[in-house]
Design a protein around this ligand. Structure first.
Ligand code: ADP
Ligand code: ZN
Length: 530
């Protein structure tokens, strides 16, 4: 760093061309840069891969002093600084992973005016010395990256972000920019309020990622489905496979390796060095598949990720959008693929019921899940539904999602729903515990040991559902759960219960439209259980 010349001369466009070698700004970049150079505050909502970094990097070079970037992505700071150094930008970072001497060297460079950019972990601002340091140097602007971390209702909440309002109090004349790829109105509003940026210029980019093809398939032996998709469409491509649990990450990665896929696991329980090694391989080499929990991916800048697959249901549309957004940053055709089944709904509803936290918190989790389920069960354009969730209108069906390409059929499921719900009523009256499998057996009139044991052959609804297959019934249960026309008990077998909305269906006051399940492949029934 020492002695390097400041690359900071000229207009923003000159800096962009000379330092980064890019021809032109994209989208809102130029307007954001101009606002900051002029000393205004800004809030920038831009999808992953949209080019947020240049929005604060370029003005940091154009303005006098150092651009101070608050970022929670400690693990990536070294990479970011290296990438900047490679193009001649003088950058450093301060976080808890550093030795005292390293920290000292960065502080000295900052005070000597030899840094264009200084990355700070948010917890650094807890230490008064950091604020003193900033006070003794010359700050060009403050950039608050991943600004949605300020939202207490979001999935990435960082208490230290609430402290960031202090920057404005202490340095009212230094322009600030808050950036995020999370675009719901609620988060946007919170960023404005908590960071005191409601009056700043607001830049809201389109969240559409036209090159990503969204597909959500019913789970039917998910690992085999994934492998078939990889072989047919993404052989030799880089991609990410998300699983909910660490155990399934490891199992899936090992299984894919057995099938000849170059896969690696990544989750927070792995040894730090293993994680770093796997991440480095994924970033540097072609055709590596990372099987990961959602601990992986925030801030990962790999342009040619060709697919993002989910083997378990994401907890929210925000999470789904962020995770799938890691595909196709280079603008080339890419796939977002999700396998979703009955057990995902059951599992997540139960997880919410048994989660810590007050009722308001559970209601919020339920709302997040319901929006995600609505996206899974929709028979309309997925992209349209996604954009609508982020408050953005779209013009007609996109032609590049599964529902546009192969429009699903819907059917009148009112009568089957009534049969199912009235069976639940009868079982409820008997106070018995049972799972989904038993309920389906009952409807199909299957005499199993459990049916005999509980005397369920005598129920008036025994065998009234022989017109539908087991798979179709499971589809009905899943969709009723998704629509909250059916609920699942948190403990025990996961016994099904009615909900306040069920009564209207039973009384014939509420019709039920269901999505037709695709033809099942000829796999063994055990594997079908999704
Ligand atoms: P984000 O932080 O919004 O996810 P990045 O800032 O990491 O996005 O940018 C995504 C990619 O796009 C990076 O590889 C970056 O170099 C590239 N990029 C950004 N802006 C431009 C531009 N104006 N011209 C060409 N490439 C750009
Ligand atoms: Zn579509």
């Amino acid at each position: 760093q020492q002695g390097a010349a400041a690359p900071s001369h000229g207009t923003p466009l000159e800096v962009l061309r000379r330092v980064w070698g890019y021809e032109a700004f994209r989208g809102d970049q130029a307007a954001v840069v101009d606002a900051l150079v002029a000393g205004e505050d800004a809030v920038v909502l831009m999808p992953t891969g949209g080019g947020k970094s240049l929005c604060y990097q370029v003005p940091s070079l154009v303005r006098e002093g150092t651009g101070v970037v608050v970022s929670p992505l400690i693990a990536l700071m070294q990479d970011q600084v290296d990438a900047l150094s490679a193009v001649g930008v003088r950058a450093g970072f301060l976080n808890s992973t550093q030795e005292w001497s390293q920290r000292r060297a960065v502080e000295d460079a900052f005070l000597a005016g030899e840094l264009d950019l200084l990355y700070l972990a948010p917890e650094r601002l807890r230490v008064p010395e950091t604020l003193d340091l900033l006070g003794r140097g010359h700050v060009a602007l403050f950039a608050i990256d991943e600004a949605h971390c300020v939202s207490q209702w979001g999935h990435d909440f960082r208490p230290d972000y609430l402290r960031l309002a202090v920057l404005h109090e202490r340095w009212p004349d230094v322009p600030r920019v808050a950036l995020t790829a999370t675009a719901t109105r609620a988060t946007h509003r919170e960023i404005g309020e908590r960071l005191d940026l409601a009056d700043a210029r607001q830049f809201v980019a389109s969240f559409d990622r036209p090159n990503i093809r969204y597909r959500i398939v019913p789970k039917d032996g998910p690992k085999a489905q994934l492998l078939a998709m990889l072989r047919a469409e993404h052989a030799g491509d880089s991609g990410i496979v998300y699983c909910l649990s660490r155990a399934s990450v490891e199992q899936t990665a090992a299984w894919l390796v057995e099938q000849g896929v170059d896969a690696m696991p990544y989750h927070a329980g792995l040894d730090r060095q293993v994680r770093a090694r796997n991440q480095a391989r994924f970033l540097r080499e072609d055709g590596v598949v990372m099987v990961a929990t959602i601990a992986f991916g925030m801030g990962i800048d790999k342009p040619d990720v060709r697919f993002v697959a989910h083997l378990d249901l994401p907890k929210s549309v925000e999470g789904y959008y962020q995770e799938t957004g890691r595909a196709g940053r280079d603008g080339l055709p890419s796939t977002a693929w999700l396998a979703y089944g009955l057990n995902d709904v059951v599992q997540q509803r139960r997880m919410i019921d048994t989660s810590e936290g007050d009722d308001a918190h559970k209601r919020r989790l339920t709302q997040h899940l319901d929006a995600m389920l609505a996206l899974c069960e929709t028979i309309d354009c997925r992209r349209g539904q996604l954009l609508a969730y982020f408050g953005q209108p779209s013009d007609g069906p996109c032609g590049n999602c599964d529902t546009c390409l192969e429009p699903p059929q819907s059917w009148d499921g009112t009568v089957p729903a009534q049969k199912l719900l009235s069976t639940v009523v009868r079982l409820d009256q008997r106070g018995q515990r049972y799972g989904v499998g038993h309920l389906v057996d009952l409807l199909r009139g299957k005499v199993t040991p459990r049916v005999r044991q509980l005397g369920h052959e005598e129920l008036s609804t025994f065998g009234i559902g022989q017109d539908l297959s087991e798979g179709e019934w499971r589809g009905v249960v899943r969709q009723l759960l998704a629509a909250e026309l059916l609920a699942v008990d948190a403990e025990g077998y996961g016994t099904l219960r009615l909900t306040p909305a069920s009564a209207a269906v039973l009384r014939g006051e509420r019709p039920v439209r269901l999505r037709r399940e695709p033809e099942r492949t000829g796999r063994a029934p055990r594997e079908r259980r999704a």
